[in-house]
Ligand binder design. Structure first.
Ligand code: URP
Ligand code: ZN
Ligand code: ZN
Ligand code: ZN
Length: 464
């Protein structure tokens, strides 16, 4: 019986092997892996590599970011950019605005995403209040509805939770079988350094990196894993930037704590020197934790090749540079303190890891697929996604492993007006993205209707 679509000729990366076979798709699902398949649509993928569509487990879209600040992407532009970068699912965070409940925030996000998305989306939550409504009502209800993971912050005034509050949130995670994600930086230590820098007149963008040094992340990582140990829950440490923080994670694992770890492209390719460019230019690289140095990049690579990291996400958090609602918000030139934190990267995550990892021979195709899709699906409970296997959603990205491109702003599709990787050369580029059997990107450009939808998730296996 004919398939709707057959992909022929590709080397297919499945969880076990890399093999040349055909992929048969019916009604948006993979139904056959074999040879001699027939289909109404036949995609000739000779010379290409078929991988599970990228799942970006950490993106920020249309997130409230402080007075007068606007994020550069809405759901249309963020998912267009994601699809062009080889992704089929993105996982944005729902953050409540002042006076809003988490449930109201989720309803807002759902409405903003509806009908706009070129990839599927699945929301994490952000918990900034440990009050009875959030802990007793909203969290349990939203977890039951498939938002089975949430992030807490140890930094950012107005968002950070105390240790006592984090323990209360983790206790809800334990009761409900959800996964807690932690942004681990010690806010008091940062504030001490920030005040001192400002009093000394050190107010340029590079001082953002200098006032968030490795020890503030290392200490908070130790504390986050210890709190998880005390609460008896697994924990995901997001955006790990350096070797000392990774050592804390390893030590906690040795004690038997279930710790998962994420890192991002910025920590293998950028350094704090990028923030030290002339004038205000360095604001383009202001994100937290900040990029470190080449020794820390090497430590992160060791973690990626040794299996210490579970997932590789973008932490896409886009602001425009030349914009008084973006990086150049009033006060930002007076002090780095006021520069919105975050960089765009949903479209460049996969090409950077493919080129620096697979092409340069540091990681295998299977490790690439695991870090960028398979592990995210398994850890976060996306049951039908993350691998090329019979019964899964036909979320597939075709890679041309020999295509060389120079990353520049004008080839990207995000809403930001710059890329932190301007001029960065890569070998290996996604040439076609297929979401549930439908092509959403071909030859670098978005195609088709925005048929992406919100995906409810199962409870994370690790939290059972
Ligand atoms: O600087 C960053 N990473 N901004 C995004 C929010 C976060 O902390 O992940
Ligand atoms: Zn964070
Ligand atoms: Zn983030
Ligand atoms: Zn274009």
């Amino acid at each position: 019986q004919p398939h709707d679509t057959v992909i022929k000729g590709a080397r297919v990366v499945t969880s076990g092997t890399v093999t040349t076979c055909e992929i048969g798709i019916v009604s948006g699902r993979i139904v056959t892996l074999g040879t001699g398949l027939c289909g109404h649509e036949v995609i000739d993928a000779t010379g290409l590599i078929a991988m599970p569509g990228g799942i970006d487990g950490h993106v920020h879209i249309s997130q409230p970011s402080g007075p007068g600040v606007e994020m550069a992407d809405d759901f249309a532009s963020a998912t267009r950019s994601a699809a062009c970068g080889g992704n089929t699912t993105v996982m944005p965070f729902c953050l409540a605005t002042e006076g809003q409940t988490l449930r109201e925030a989720v309803a807002d996000y759902m409405a903003k995403a509806e009908g706009q998305c070129l990839t599927d989306v699945s929301f994490h939550l952000i918990v900034t209040k440990a009050d009875p409504v959030t802990l007793g009502q909203d969290l349990p209800a939203l977890i039951a509805e498939g938002m089975t993971s949430f992030k807490v912050f140890m930094t950012y005034q107005g968002m950070r939770l105390t240790d006592a509050e984090i323990l209360q949130v983790m206790d809800v995670a334990r009761e409900q079988g959800a996964l807690t994600l932690v942004h681990a930086e010690n806010e008091d230590a940062i504030e001490f350094l920030r005040d001192k820098a400002e009093r000394a007149g050190q107010t340029t963008p590079v001082n953002h990196a200098r006032t968030r040094p490795v020890p503030v992340e290392r200490e908070a990582t130790h504390r986050a894993t210890t709190l998880a140990e005390v609460a008896g829950v697994p924990v995901m440490i997001v955006h790990v930037s350096n070797g000392a923080a990774l050592e804390e994670i390893q030590r906690a694992k040795t004690r038997g704590v279930r710790v998962l770890a994420e890192t991002c492209p910025q920590y293998i390719t950028l350094t704090a020197d990028d923030l030290d460019r002339a004038g205000f230019e360095g604001a383009k690289w202001v994100c937290s934790p900040p990029p470190r140095d080449t020794a820390e990049q090497a430590a992160i690579w060791t973690g990626l090749t040794s299996g210490a990291f579970d997932v590789f996400s973008s932490d896409h958090c886009p602001f425009r540079f030349d914009d008084s609602h973006g990086k150049d918000v009033p006060g930002a030139r007076k002090s780095f303190r006021n520069i919105p934190n975050g960089i765009p990267g949903v479209e460049t995550r996969l090409p950077i890891l493919f080129s620096e990892g697979v092409t340069k021979g540091r990681i295998s195709l299977q490790t690439f697929a695991a870090l960028t899709a398979t592990n995210n699906a398994r850890i976060y409970g996306l049951e039908h996604k993350g691998s090329i296997a019979v019964g899964m959603d036909a979320d597939i990205v075709l890679w041309d492993p020999s295509k060389t491109r120079t990353i520049t702003q004008d080839i990207l599709h995000h809403g930001s007006d710059y890329t932190p990787w301007e001029g960065f050369e890569v070998t290996g580029w996604p040439v076609r993205t297929i979401l549930r059997g439908q092509t959403v990107m071909q030859d670098g450009e978005p195609v088709g209707q925005p048929t992406g939808h919100h995906v409810a998730r199962a409870k994370p296996e690790v939290a059972a």
